[in-house]
Design a protein. Sequence first.
Length: 139
Amino acid sequence: MVSFFFENTAFKLKGKTRIKQWLRLVAESEVYTLGNISVIFCSDNYILDINQRYLQHDYFTDIITFDYTEGTKISGDLFVSVDSVKENSVEYGVEFEDELHRVIVHGILHLIGYDDHTEEDIRVMRSKEDYYLSLLDLI
């Protein structure tokens, strides 16, 4: 089950049902099932506090993923900074919603087991993101 929450932001998510269907498709395509996924949309300051408190990182980021996956049932908390996603969409010259969807699927891919520490990991992750973003257009 995918649930959406909002902390320290006035952001309103469009297309919740569509996004839930899409994330189920992503999981099933990777031979996983969805457990409990919480997507928490928040501000830069909120995610900075999470980053400092739980990961001992002192910087802003667009997403923090806490993984509670067991076997092939993915579960976790995805903290998404709406502020950083907006900034990134401008920097990369893409629509805000496209960047938001990329960040969400990035978090889901982390829960599935993909990483982004090496150049090869980043290439694979980006390829998966692009593929699953193309599927969203079909839903």
